[in-house]
Design a protein around this ligand. Structure first.
Ligand SMILES: CC(C)(COP(=O)(O)OP(=O)(O)OC[C@H]1O[C@@H](n2cnc3c(N)ncnc32)[C@H](O)[C@@H]1OP(=O)(O)O)[C@@H](O)C(=O)NCCC(=O)NCCS
Length: 140
């Protein structure tokens, strides 16, 4: 599902190959290294987000947020992010961290959801924007 949702070419360099499912995903999920939340419509997965604890164990890293094209702009993406926020708070983590490709135009999306920029990295063909949100700034 995430592969389909991410399969939108936006750069000549083709970031897409990075989005192919890693072979050990199943193992990571089974060993609780990665968690996946799915949004369902009529028993079909139409959106998903992944999250995991960061290396220092203090924060949650949110990644691979994706909603199938037909289901976008209905609030599904935001609901998935908010659900991760709820879990993050419940588990006692301090922040949620995420990153997005500047050229994909999602920086305003996360900003609207309350995420702040703490770093920007320049690559040959794109910029990565690193963002965070503190648990104590989560709205109920
Ligand atoms: C990013 C994505 C998950 C958003 O999902 P969604 O369900 O359409 O988002 P929502 O409906 O919750 O959008 C909430 C708000 O953000 C806005 N928004 C949605 N997509 C946006 C975008 N690409 N750029 C800027 N704003 C956006 C909506 O207009 C909406 O605003 P409103 O509350 O004022 O109406 C979806 O566009 C997607 O799957 N993109 C491809 C995968 C991807 O790039 N993921 C991000 C990885 S960092």
């Amino acid at each position: 599902m995430t592969w389909q949702a991410f399969n939108v070419p936006f750069l000549k360099g083709g970031i897409i190959s990075d989005y192919k499912e890693s072979e050990n995903l199943k193992e990571m999920v089974e060993n609780k290294k990665i968690f996946i939340l799915a949004a369902l419509s009529n028993n079909k997965i139409v959106g998903a987000v992944r999250y995991k604890s960061t290396a220092n164990g203090q924060n949650i890293y949110l990644f691979r947020l994706a909603v199938l094209k037909f289901y976008r702009y209905m609030g599904i993406g935001s609901k998935l992010v908010k659900r991760v926020e709820k879990i993050t708070k419940k588990l006692g983590y301090k922040k949620i961290k995420l990153d997005c490709v500047l050229e994909k135009g999602l920086f305003p999306y996360y900003k609207k959801l309350g995420y702040r920029v703490y770093n920007i990295k320049k690559h040959d063909d794109h910029y990565d924007v690193f963002m965070y949100k503190r648990v104590n700034s989560f709205k109920k």
